[in-house]
Design a protein around this ligand. Structure first.
Ligand code: SF4
Length: 325
């Protein structure tokens, strides 16, 4: 039986941090042997919230793809850039006629953003980004889309658009399933969500010195001032890094922190060492790709060609059932 097809995408943000790894990339690595994979750089999606980002997109795309490859994403899978497959734009346009603005305004993720950004600042493209997502997914006839809980409503919109298209023009799209994945939220060094804009991140590619410097600045339990003070690991960011990247020692660290036998200085040193070791193979592979950038370009060219072939097939079916032209 052929493998089910899965489509995974990420907005290009340059070099990836530990939050990106724990929140998505690690899951991609797990799934890549169970499915037929398509990996794409969602560069048009970035413009929905930041039009100026266009100027950095090319470099950010390469840096991110190098991190994918260095982490172990198999380049035999198509790895492609959304904006290089113009068919996404055409399908997005057609789909945008099959959904009402009222339906998009009910999207809970958008509602949250409207609260944060104020509706005056929400662009037409931003309102419609789940429609662009539907075009991304249905273009490749993905059976499965890995998503966190907040993205489930978007897959529902994709399913609705597929149904509407099939009823209106002809049944060519299957409805994809959301593969709900619990993405562990890794806090940043200051406890907020780890991110570039919060300047509280550790990169997967950071070297030993950088990791030590960053971990030593991480906020821990503010009540644990002296080494012998009893700590509360659950409110300590360093503890969450131990949980994720040092699971063997984590129970002992928890116990020793709570009993006051472990001081934060030693605990941080240990954490930095574990992070340095964990990502050592990644840094090594990354150094290779940084010195062989032409290979990255070849991987992208091959991936774009493969994806384009599939996209053209889909669009030819779309044109056929729509009988336009
Ligand atoms: S001992 Fe470790 S886990 Fe406990 S508060 Fe300090 S850094 Fe955090």
């Amino acid at each position: 039986m052929p493998l089910k097809r899965i489509l995974s995408g990420m907005r290009p943000s340059g070099k990836l941090h530990l939050g990106n790894y724990a929140g998505a990339l690690e899951n991609w690595l797990r799934l890549q042997n169970e499915y037929e994979n398509y990996f794409f750089v969602a560069d048009w999606h970035v413009l929905t919230t930041d039009v100026q980002a266009a100027f950095e997109m090319k470099d950010n795309t390469r840096e991110m793809v190098i991190d994918w490859l260095s982490a172990g994403i198999n380049p035999e899978n198509p790895i492609f850039i959304q904006s290089q497959i113009k068919e996404h734009a055409e399908l997005h346009l057609i789909f945008s006629m099959l959904i009402t603005t009222a339906r998009l305004e009910r999207n809970p993720t958008l509602k949250e953003q409207v609260r944060d950004l104020n509706s005056e600042n929400i662009s037409y493209g931003h309102l419609g980004y789940p429609v662009l997502q539907a075009a991304d997914i249905l273009m490749y006839k993905a059976d499965v889309v890995p998503v966190g809980e907040d993205q489930v409503p978007h897959v529902e919109i994709t399913r609705e658009i597929a149904r509407k298209f099939n009823i209106t023009y002809g049944p060519i799209f299957a409805e994809p399933e959301a593969k709900l994945t619990k993405f562990p939220r890794l806090p940043g060094l200051d406890g907020r969500k780890m991110g570039k804009s919060n300047n509280n991140f550790i990169l997967m590619s950071d070297g030993e010195q950088e990791i030590y410097k960053k971990v030593s600045q991480a906020i821990t339990d503010p009540q644990k001032v002296r080494r012998n003070d009893k700590g509360h690991p659950d409110i300590c960011n360093v503890y969450w890094y131990h949980r994720k990247f040092n699971p063997e020692e984590e129970p002992q660290i928890r116990q020793d922190c709570m009993s006051g036998q472990l001081g934060c200085v030693d605990c941080k040193k240990n954490c930095a060492k574990k992070l340095t070791d964990f990502f050592a193979p990644h840094r090594e592979k990354r150094a290779y790709y940084e010195n062989h950038r032409h290979e990255v370009e070849e991987i992208l060219t091959t991936g774009i060609d493969k994806a384009r072939r599939v996209a053209r097939q889909t669009m030819s079916q779309v044109h056929q059932v729509m009988k336009m032209g």
